[in-house]
Design a protein. Structure first.
Length: 71
């Protein structure tokens, strides 16, 4: 897996609440609690199905994550 994208404010809220398959679909309260979201995903060289994992952080500590199948 590799880092696909990193979001901070002001774009964090929109990116974090975007519904699958284009985003993780965190609710607004979850997204507002975070100060950063990292997106990590598979690539063509990885075996198995493609997916992305969306991680919400606050002050460097992971709050929650969601896995979305596809890329």
């Amino acid at each position: 897996m590799h880092l696909v994208a990193t979001y901070t404010n002001p774009g964090l809220l929109i990116a974090a609440t975007t519904r699958p398959p284009f985003g993780p679909g965190f609710n607004e309260a979850e997204a507002r609690e975070a100060d950063k979201m990292e997106v990590r995903g598979t690539n063509a060289k990885d075996s198995g199905p493609d997916f992305c994992v969306f991680h919400l952080f606050k002050d460097g500590k992971e709050l929650r994550s969601k896995k979305v199948m596809g890329y």
